[in-house]
Design a protein around this ligand. Structure first.
Ligand SMILES: [Fe+2]
Length: 307
């Protein structure tokens, strides 16, 4: 079995790399590390980068390209190779990382734990380039699945993740470290990347961030809210340029060692202790769903037509 340390970065295919890098930087407080017409990297904090943007090729769909993970210090890339082979999972060896597809063809990369020259916490370090308003880290990804059980089994067996919580028959949250989850799976009828999530320290920072997003013409597809499962206070920013949401969150539950997964009822309180379930548009990325959200149609009495 291998074990992961944390999520390393998410990579998105975008129509215009420079434009997308500027958007994520200005709107979410990410710092552009490098930017060429083909590829940009952006950081939350002192890490090399957490968001990678690549130019979409002809006919490529925009949005999720891959997610990269760091192995724990005690696990070598060589051990990961042997483990994937033993699991019967096909992978491509790219020297400094292994590339593989999960059970629903989402691409993942596995890297060895990087050598970090400065391991002091961020608040004890010095910077001349990071902005005042910024996330402290990339926390997790969430994807919709057509095969919930099989997807959870993949991340448990192949990546060594453990289940944090179950939401009825509708969702499974998995963790590789002490934060509640790094991977969330929600039954959605078809596989679809849903969101990546950035951690913004506390409610005050989140307030400043949501004001900033609103001033840049963004809206929240759902929130602010408090999840019962995982405890995080958050809002989901709609990204229309790439079909996905960006969750901005704080105060996620820290799990005890040897955490035992809990079974939550699939009700409103499990999803949002403060208020309503999400509008149906939250689970969709088509034009009708985006238009419905933009004009708040579901809340004003016009239900979103089924796909
Ligand atoms: Fe999330």
């Amino acid at each position: 079995m291998i074990r992961l340390r944390k999520i390393d970065h998410v990579c998105l295919r975008v129509a215009d790399v420079a434009d997308a890098a500027r958007r994520y930087s200005l709107q979410f407080g990410l710092t552009v590390r490098e930017c060429t017409p083909a590829r940009a990297t952006l950081a939350c904090d002192y890490e090399p980068y957490s968001l990678e943007l690549v130019a979409a090729g002809d006919g490529d769909e925009l949005g999720f390209d891959h997610c990269a993970w760091q192995l724990r210090r005690s696990v070598s890339l060589e051990q990961a190779r042997a483990h994937l082979a033993a699991c019967g999972v096909a992978f491509e060896d790219r020297g400094d990382h292994l590339s593989l597809a999960d059970n629903e063809a989402f691409e993942h990369h596995l890297f060895a734990c990087p050598l970090e020259r400065d391991r002091r916490p961020a608040i004890a370090r010095q910077t001349s380039e990071l902005p005042a308003l910024r996330p402290r880290k990339l926390g997790h990804i969430n994807r919709l699945t057509a095969e919930l059980e099989a997807s959870a089994r993949f991340y448990a067996d192949v990546f060594g993740m453990e289940v944090a919580d179950y939401l009825g028959e509708a969702g499974i949250w998995l963790h590789c470290n002490s934060e509640h989850h790094q991977m969330a799976l929600v039954e959605g009828g078809a596989p679809q990347f849903h969101h990546f999530a950035l951690d913004y320290y506390d409610f005050g920072t989140l307030r400043a961030l949501f004001d900033n997003l609103a001033q840049h013409g963004r809206w929240l597809a759902w929130g602010p809210l408090r999840h019962g499962i995982a405890q995080n206070i958050c809002g989901y920013a709609r990204i229309t340029e790439e079909p996905l949401l960006v969750e901005c969150y704080v105060d996620m539950e820290v799990l005890e060692p040897e955490h035992e997964p809990r079974h939550w009822p699939d009700d409103r309180f499990s999803s949002n202790t403060w208020g309503p379930l999400p509008p149906r548009s939250y689970f969709r990325f088509d034009e009708a769903a985006v238009a419905s959200e933009r004009d708040s149609l579901e809340t004003t009495g016009t239900p979103l037509a089924p796909l």
